[in-house]
Design a protein around this ligand. Structure first.
Ligand SMILES: [Zn+2]
Length: 53
């Protein structure tokens, strides 16, 4: 199963986190900080490409 990972950096609460999700749960909200709920724009959302077994 393909897995996507994103690194989010929130400018509002100065926190950084990594979010993992699978293709079939694509409705997962990546646009908001999980800590303070501030909006994350594309500049502070980095897609991480990892290849794992
Ligand atoms: Zn935040």
């Amino acid at each position: 199963m393909e897995e996507f990972a994103y690194r989010l950096y929130c400018q509002s609460c100065k926190s950084e986190c990594e979010v993992y999700h699978h293709m079939d749960s694509h409705q997962y909200e990546l646009d908001y900080c999980p800590f303070c709920g501030a909006e994350i724009d594309e500049d502070t959302r980095e897609e991480i490409h990892e290849e794992e077994e």
